[in-house]
Design a protein around this ligand. Sequence first.
Ligand SMILES: C[S@@+](CC[C@H](N)C(=O)[O-])C[C@H]1O[C@@H](n2cnc3c(N)ncnc32)[C@H](O)[C@@H]1O
Length: 229
Amino acid sequence: MKDELTFKSKNTIEANARISIPTYDTLFTMVQSYFRAKLGEKEASLLVIGAGGGNELAAWGPSNPKWTFTGVDPSKEMLQMAKNKSIQLGLESRVRLIQGTITDLPLPDSKFDAASCILVLHFIVDVQQKLKLLRTIKDNLKPGAPFILVSAYGDPGEAELQDRINVWKSFYLDAGYELSKVDEMGKVIMNISFIPEDHIERLLVESGFTNIARFYSTGLFAGWICHAG
Ligand SMILES: C[S@@+](CC[C@H](N)C(=O)[O-])C[C@H]1O[C@@H](n2cnc3c(N)ncnc32)[C@H](O)[C@@H]1O
């Protein structure tokens, strides 16, 4: 990837997220409500895994002035987008961005009050690495802290997933993409690491999360809310 994302590619990333997930913006509103319900009006520190692009910061920062954010993402370019958004929105004093993975988190003074991991888990192919990420998030949370996980899900061997991929392709056709391009994207999407929903829930349990509930679903993606045990 180039050092600087071009204006066009930034816009493409933003636009594609909203085609892939027609309820993308609603997802962030829903998660904000979940966190508000759990955190109340107090000051709170949030850990944002996969903070690149800055959409969590933009969605939750301005309306929640008592929240501070630690964002982690290995992509320099995506993190730069997050930094730019935090500056545009006047959030810099409440945002810390770390280039790397969760293992690059410095030892915190105290654990976090809440965490999100939105649209990241399906990029981690190895199941043990998925588990390690979830365990480390849990270890960095205060007991009882809310956590939201959003990921692609499904069994690659099942027709059920193929049906959902066909609907996902249809989202792009309806947005005006050429059929040949969409067919190509349909092959590429199979490179992400789909695992069945019950497997994702087992990983959350194994990582020490409790009260696991599926509260969001759109097309290829679903979201689970839970608490650090
Ligand atoms: C599809 S984007 C989602 C960004 C943001 N969470 C959102 O929903 O708008 C996925 C992000 O996850 C990041 N990522 C990939 N592997 C990661 C990992 N192991 N830990 C943290 N972030 C990761 C990518 O660099 C990318 O910025």
